[in-house]
Design a protein around this ligand. Structure first.
Ligand code: SF4
Length: 367
């Protein structure tokens, strides 16, 4: 049984000053949530509005101004815009695409927990994101069913405490960093009391979309316990990395946080070897290791983003000709029901110099 006597507001080991959290919270609360306003700010043609409203009705628009500032004015093909502007095609019912592409529902038998793999699980502190990405594989996820009250938090900590095979907890969501630091500090302190846990991983897009989220208060709970901190950010395009993002990354790495990036391969956004190589280069320059490039998860409403697997392998091969090997992320597919992601192309270079070993690896991964 885990002691839950500490309440969120009573946390005293993290030196949290709530006044300094207002800046990022203000940015978050002032996000654009109306498609018409988004088009107007960016000087875009109102012809796009009917499709944008239709998509918005299925999955709401949410874009903070800090992200809008990185989108080129008047360019309807901007790769950052494509990630946030709803389109009418989102309403198409495409065969082979589902509302739960990774089969997560059976793994969500305990409220607030997704237990998909051995040794680690996902804990969901909140439902909100800093941005609503049109391609999100959890765009239909029943977040409302995963809100935890005090007793349910106790039950979640008990679940983790009773499973000694776990060594790592992943805070994911939604975006865990959309929650306030008092709440997160309390959660992490409770996790740190569980002896078999070693690592705390945070999956977040907030340092990319609202880099002001990386505050001293956040770093305090992230690095203030015995748990080894890992932050996996989600960045898809080099234009997403501006000065404030670099500052946020440097801030985290200077405090000893291990930084990794996962991207999703998206048609019209980053399906070019030059873009992928530039993304890796910029990430590494601010201390972030390119980790995964995910093949698109086939979620209903986002079929227009899919890049097929053969094309993806070719892109990775061409990318490896443009940059050092350690800058090439693992091209991975998340298959429903497997114990880990399937690595599709760690070694593939191109048709001309593909090795026998590589050919074998690719054919095995296809089986
Ligand atoms: S931030 Fe992550 S979880 Fe939230 S909508 Fe975007 S991809 Fe989905």
């Amino acid at each position: 049984m885990i002691n839950l006597s500490a309440q969120p507001v009573q946390t005293n080991s993290t030196n949290i000053r709530q006044k300094n959290t207002q800046t990022w919270q203000k940015i978050l609360s002032q996000s654009v949530t109306n498609p018409e306003e988004l088009l107007k700010i960016l000087g875009l043609n109102t012809d796009l509005l009917p499709g944008a409203i239709a998509g918005h009705q299925q999955f709401q628009v949410r874009v903070p101004h800090t992200y809008i500032a990185r989108i080129e004015h008047g360019n309807s093909e901007d790769p950052l815009l494509r990630q946030v502007l709803p389109l009418g095609v989102e309403l198409d019912n495409v065969a082979g695409f589902s509302t739960d592409p990774l089969g997560e529902q059976p793994k969500n038998s305990h409220r607030g927990i997704l237990h998909k793999y051995n040794s680690r699980l996902i804990l969901m502190p909140g439902q909100l994101c800093g941005i609503n990405c049109r391609f999100c594989f959890r765009r239909h996820f029943p977040y409302e069913d995963n809100k935890l009250n005090k007793e349910e938090w106790q039950s979640a900590f008990d679940y983790i405490g009773n499973d000694t095979s776990l060594s790592e907890i992943i805070l994911s969501g939604g975006d865990p960093l959309s929650q306030n630091d008092l709440r997160l500090a309390w959660i992490v302190e409770e996790l740190a009391k569980i002896p078999h846990l070693k690592r705390l991983r945070v999956h977040t897009r907030m340092p990319i979309v609202i880099p002001q989220r990386v505050t001293d208060e956040m770093l305090s709970w992230l690095t203030g316990t015995r748990l080894q901190p890992i932050v996996v950010v989600h960045c898809n395009h080099p234009n997403e990395i501006d000065e404030d993002v670099v500052k946020a990354m440097n801030n985290m790495s200077s405090k000893g946080v291990q930084l990794l990036n996962q991207s999703t391969l998206l048609k019209g956004v980053n399906d070019s070897p030059e873009v992928l190589a530039s993304l890796s280069d910029k990430l590494f320059s601010c201390g972030v290791m390119p980790y995964y490039l995910h093949l698109f998860d086939r979620v209903q409403g986002a079929a227009h983003f899919e890049v097929d697997e053969e094309q993806a392998r070719k892109l990775i091969g061409e990318m490896s000709n443009l940059c050092s090997g350690y800058l090439v992320p693992k091209l991975a597919r998340d298959n429903s029901g497997t114990q880990s992601k399937t690595i599709v192309a760690p070694l593939y270079r191109n048709k001309e110099n593909q090795t026998e070993e590589t050919t074998k690896l690719i054919s095995t991964s296809n089986s």
